[in-house]
Design a binder for this molecule. Structure first.
Ligand code: BG6
Length: 488
């Protein structure tokens, strides 16, 4: 994951599922910013593939309309004008080999040069990923005779361990692991990457970063929004599949991992995998108390959602990482839709001072906290005790903070970073096959156990911090949530 100072070699980005909203919301804007920054050559071609019959011109028109807000920026609008010659549309179906062969022939004909790298972006319905990769293989489109071939796979990667394993097997029949880039867009976020720097670029945190000084860790991904138009997908997924198996476990891995020997994709992922291997499996007897789940009021009336849906839109989990560094330190993870505000934060809760001299010798109400805010504003806040001026030796909470946007006006979007890394062939911020399977192995028993009714489904009103029972649940461990909307 080095700073990319050189341009990646000339490439073609083929987006399958081009009519989906990810393409216009994230992928094309990210590519435009890469053009604009000069991070990729303006010769980089983008070919959108979908079944809807339309011309390249009409697709570009569709993209322009969908990106109307982005294109209000005159520089971006000028880049878009220049980029249009390189943005093409192909009417095709990845599940149909004839159609793929035609696409391949057209791509080869488009090339002015002999060898050109290709990145295939799978943004179709996940149900056709297996067929898609197998067809790419059968059409010879994974062969690297005419340049490197890489495949980016959007989430969800499987729906449980078995399906993820099957998908990995299908992919590995066609692509080698080094050609595969499984997306978790949280890894593309600047503050998530800053976690690596915070931990491994500073000497002051490391001596404290363990069971001797840390009492517990909270990882919260709260969304104010509801399921909106995604009810159909969401109702079959639920928050555990949608957020925990990927984003929350990724955050846990980076907080808990050991330093790799070098900043190298394999070594980083080796260390992350060791964390998942150390996560204590949830046994049947633990299912009822290892966490809790909830559903917001009104969820069952959302379009695409079953009227008697038992799907959770909120969950909280207590996990333990059984190794020398973390034994006994609970990691509390929670995420939900319809929460009080949008915030993603990691709170490192340090142990209380062992003996207090101040406040008349009473215990300090809370130990120190390091709040790492991933979004919306990105930065870090350290909470500590300071003296109240003029008040004898009384203490009060004080904060030290750092905000990214005060230090840099440019905060690249996650997809910008990830697309660029995939073009460079750097998989540091992508999920490896064993990692994705281990994550499912942790989540599967919980998803299955809870859906069998072991854990009650608490209702909650949108606009708060999930079901009130969640506060009671953590209070039984003598701990509490940091229920604070963005601190920065
Ligand atoms: C996606 C989930 O992976 O992440 C969505 O499918 C969720 O349900 C989204 O809203 C959250 O991403 P971000 O970047 O807005 O936190």
């Amino acid at each position: 994951m080095n700073t990319k100072t050189r341009l990646p070699p000339e490439a073609e980005i083929i987006i399958f599922g081009a009519s989906g909203d990810l393409t216009s919301r994230k992928l094309i804007p990210a590519i435009l910013r890469l053009y604009e920054r000069g991070a990729i050559s303006e010769k980089t071609k983008v070919v959108g593939v979908a079944r809807t019959a339309q011309s390249s011109e009409s697709w570009r028109g569709e993209l322009s309309r969908a990106m109307a807000d982005t294109l209000k920026n005159p520089t971006t609008a000028a880049t878009w004008q220049r980029a249009q010659n390189n943005i093409h549309y192909f009417v095709g179906d990845i599940t149909d080999r004839n159609s793929l062969s035609k696409l391949d022939a057209e791509l080869n004909a488009m090339n002015a040069i002999d060898r050109v790298n290709r990145v295939y972006y799978l943004s179709t319905s996940p149900t056709i990923y297996e067929a898609a990769v197998s067809n790419l293989g059968l059409c010879g489109m994974a062969d690297e005779v005419r340049g490197q071939r890489r495949v980016i796979v959007e989430k969800p990667f499987g729906t449980d361990l078995e399906t993820a394993h099957r998908l990995n097997r299908a992919i590995h029949q066609v692509f080698q692991e080094k050609q595969v880039f499984r997306i978790d867009h949280y890894l593309g976020k600047e503050t998530v990457q800053n976690l690596f720097v915070l931990r491994f670029g500073n000497a002051i945190f490391e001596p404290l970063w363990n069971r001797h000084y840390i009492d517990y860790v909270e990882i919260t991904v709260a969304e104010e929004g509801l399921v909106g138009r995604r009810g159909g997908y969401y109702d079959s997924a639920g928050v555990l599949r949608d957020m925990f198996q990927n984003h929350l476990l990724q955050l846990l891995m980076i907080v808990a991992m050991e330093s790799p020997a070098r900043f190298d994709a394999e070594l980083i992922r080796d260390e992350k995998v060791k964390v998942l291997q150390a996560v204590r499996p949830i046994r049947e007897a633990d299912l009822a108390d290892c966490g809790m789940r909830g559903q917001y009021d009104g969820y069952r009336s959302e379009p695409g959602v079953a009227a008697d849906s038992q799907t959770e839109t909120f969950a909280a989990l207590r996990l333990f990482v059984d190794n020398w560094r973390w034994k006994g330190v609970p990691f509390y993870l929670r995420s939900g839709k319809g929460m009080s505000c949008r915030t993603t934060q990691i709170v490192i809760r340090f142990r209380e001072a062992p003996h207090l001299l101040f406040n008349g010798g009473e215990q300090c109400p809370e130990g120190n906290k390091l709040v790492i805010q991933i979004q919306p504003a990105e930065g870090i806040q350290l909470h500590f005790q300071a003296k109240v001026p003029n008040e004898n030796m009384a203490m009060r909470n004080a904060e030290l903070e750092f905000r990214f946007d005060r230090k840099s006006s440019v905060m690249p979007e996650a997809y910008e970073r990830l697309l660029l890394d995939a073009l460079h062939g750097d998989a540091s911020l992508f999920t490896r096959s064993d990692e994705v399977e281990l994550a499912w192995q942790i989540m599967d028993p919980i998803i299955k156990g809870w859906s069998n009714g072991i854990s009650p489904l608490y209702q909650y009103e949108p606009g708060y911090w999930g079901p009130k029972e969640c506060g009671d649940w953590i209070a039984r461990d003598n701990r509490s949530w940091f229920d604070t909307c963005p601190v920065l």
